[in-house]
Unconditional design. Structure first.
Length: 405
């Protein structure tokens, strides 16, 4: 894109005061005309003094103050209603940007070829590791970030069309964003950007990865305080909502059945695997301390170990008083899958209204959409027997036929 449009940069904040200086300072240093930028911060009812801090130190920032936490998607959508830009840049509050970040995203826009959304490269805070260079979406709605945590290299230095942008650092045409009804606010957190990218694609638009536009991200800084139960609930529920809304009729029906069968397997499989009585549990404790400490850190490792010890002791006690195993202790987070189904059942009418609206705007088939990702990638495949079971389910329901040439 040759001309430089007016851009509204929208940042959602919830108790992120400690991140804001780095974020806003980097935006001040952008190599882009200051007269063509506005910065909007939507605060989700923080209680750490964030609003006061921004008013004092960054008075040029347009502040939108919520009385309650309305989630990532809802807060970004609210920011859009205050935005005057032709384009919208969404940026996490725990990120900072390279001075060419915005210019590089604008440069690769090609609205005449339907390239209206740009995903920047996102690196770790020190710039050595990959956070986002593109993503993959599984058949049942879960998403993963390609090469996350690996060293950055030349393999990820080329522009390419991808399935979805990362909401932590992206640019999109405002008119298009409004046309597709923005982020789905019901998600609250997780997969809103995946759903957005999916809807963009089925309506004929494209998302382009721009490797020269770089943001640096404090990995997981904004979600570390969310407990395992809520994370599991949001992951499961949002993945199901995504497939309910976005697949073509003939594909949605059979993929939904597969998804629910696999969700049930994850619920029961996790429960019985982690609560099996006997020596295996003692080996699991060693696994928790030794292996998980490599990527979880000492504090989280100790926490995980104590949680596992608790369930080991509880199952042993129950076994003494309940040798016929009438009862089984189940960690709360394992019930998140069931709670996700319950929540969807309650909201199904609203979900199907959204589906109707989306499908009426469809221009691209599922088969064409999934050409830029691997639909049979799955984040839950840890064992060969599970992989075999999943493949059998897909085969029996004719899912593989959807993507045949």
């Amino acid at each position: 894109m040759n001309n430089q449009p007016f851009v509204s940069i929208i940042i959602v904040n919830y108790n992120g005061k400690h991140n804001l200086k780095d974020c806003f300072d980097s935006l001040k240093n952008l190599n882009y005309p200051k007269s063509l930028i506005e910065v909007i911060m939507v605060d989700n009812a923080s209680n750490d003094g964030s609003v006061k801090y921004v008013k004092k130190n960054f008075p040029e920032v347009i502040l939108v103050e919520n009385k309650r936490n309305i989630g990532f998607g809802g807060a970004n959508n609210l920011g859009v209603t205050k935005a005057g830009g032709e384009y919208l840049a969404f940026l996490n509050n725990d990120a900072r940007v390279d001075k060419e970040w915005l210019r590089e995203m604008v440069t690769v826009l090609e609205p005449e070829n339907k390239v209206v959304c740009i995903a920047s490269k996102i690196l770790s805070w020190d710039g050595t590791k990959i956070d986002f260079v593109g993503g993959t979406v599984s058949l049942i709605g879960f998403a993963g970030q390609i090469a996350q945590g690996k060293e950055d290299n030349s393999k990820f230095a080329s522009e390419k069309v991808i399935f979805f942008p990362c909401g932590a650092s992206m640019l999109i045409n405002k008119n298009v964003f409004e046309e597709i009804n923005g982020f789905d606010e019901s998600y609250f957190l997780f997969f809103e950007d995946v759903d957005l990218g999916w809807r963009l694609r089925l309506m004929g638009y494209k998302t382009l990865y721009a490797p020269k536009a770089i943001a640096y991200h404090r990995l997981h800084a904004t979600v570390n305080d969310i407990n395992d139960y809520k994370k599991s609930f949001l992951y499961e529920r949002n993945a199901l909502i995504t497939i309910l809304k976005n697949y073509e009729d003939v594909n949605m029906e059979r993929i939904l059945i597969c998804s629910i069968i696999l969700l049930t397997q994850r619920t029961t499989g996790i429960t019985f695997e982690h609560l099996t009585k006997g020596r295996r549990q003692l080996l699991d404790l060693w696994h928790t301390f030794y292996l998980k400490s490599k990527d979880k850190g000492v504090r989280n490792t100790i926490k995980l170990a104590f949680e596992k010890i608790y369930w080991v002791l509880l199952t042993m006690i129950l076994y003494l008083f309940d040798p016929k195993e009438k009862y089984l202790p189940v960690p709360k987070r394992n019930l998140a899958n069931v709670a996700a189904l319950d929540n969807i059942a309650k909201d199904i009418s609203e979900i199907m209204k959204k589906r109707k609206s989306i499908q009426e705007k469809r221009l691209i088939s599922d088969k064409e959409i999934f050409k830029v990702t691997d639909p049979f990638w799955d984040p839950f495949i840890f064992k060969k027997d599970i992989s075999k079971m999943m493949n059998n389910i897909y085969k029996e329901f004719g899912v593989y036929n959807i993507f045949k040439e």
